[in-house]
Design a protein around this ligand. Structure first.
Ligand SMILES: C[S@@+](CC[C@H](N)C(=O)[O-])C[C@H]1O[C@@H](n2cnc3c(N)ncnc32)[C@H](O)[C@@H]1O
Length: 200
């Protein structure tokens, strides 16, 4: 009698796997998934923005706008999943790249990614962008929201040294005149996308 006829039909995969998978494991995994989703939603509401990554086009534009010889400090304010910070750290191995992110799940993801994608020049801090020390920074990259940009303007004016390059995705620094605005056009998730370039 073969395997199928003994059971009167197709084998039940749950029964076949049950000796290996404890009953409580699916509940634990579901619980972790729900907590992760709840955390992303909670921090999205609290911080005023979801961890929406920069588009590929935006990442490529940021990389083109940062001068080749940059070997100082580059800060990503609100580094999310590391979508921007990792390519920057790769392209500028001589620079010290720092990302600040408060939302625990994207931050944790970006840290775990570092186990597989080694970037010794990249530090990802669980820190508010408003607590980041910007006094010795050469380049700031940022993709936040209008209220955060309003609050960051005075911080930039207090802390950034003359000559610092500031690149902002989608939302401008409201009181500043950009040296350049790059139109990226529509992406599948947004109506239009601009990158604002400022020289302090
Ligand atoms: C639109 S995402 C951009 C992510 C990444 N910089 C990129 O371009 O792909 C903005 C990120 O900023 C984070 N964020 C918002 N306010 C923050 C704050 N006050 N301190 C730290 N991170 C913040 C959000 O959690 C989110 O992950």
């Amino acid at each position: 009698m073969n395997h199928y006829s003994r059971r009167g039909g197709f084998p039940n995969p749950t029964l076949e796997l049950s000796p290996m998978i404890p009953d409580w494991l699916p509940y634990l995994l579901n619980g972790i998934l729900l907590l992760a989703i709840a955390s992303i939603i909670y921090y999205g509401i609290r911080l005023g923005i979801t961890p929406m990554p920069s588009s590929r086009k935006a990442v490529a534009t940021f990389l083109n706008l940062i001068p080749d010889a940059t070997d100082g400090k580059i800060v990503d304010l609100g580094s999310g999943w590391g979508t921007l910070a990792y390519p920057i750290a790769k392209q500028f191995p001589g620079a010290e790249v720092v990302g600040c992110e408060l939302s625990p799940i994207p931050w944790l993801y970006s840290r775990v990614k570092g186990v597989f994608v080694r970037r010794p020049n990249l530090t990802l801090r669980r820190q508010s962008v408003f607590d980041a020390d910007l006094s010795s920074v050469d380049v700031v990259v940022v993709y936040l929201h209008p209220a955060a940009m309003r609050k960051l303007g005075p911080k930039f004016e207090r802390e950034l040294l003359p000559g610092t390059l500031v690149l902002s995705n989608t939302f401008p620094v409201p009181t500043w005149e950009p040296a350049q605005t790059i139109h990226l056009g529509k992406s599948w998730l947004s109506t239009s996308n601009d990158i604002y370039v400022y020289h302090v």
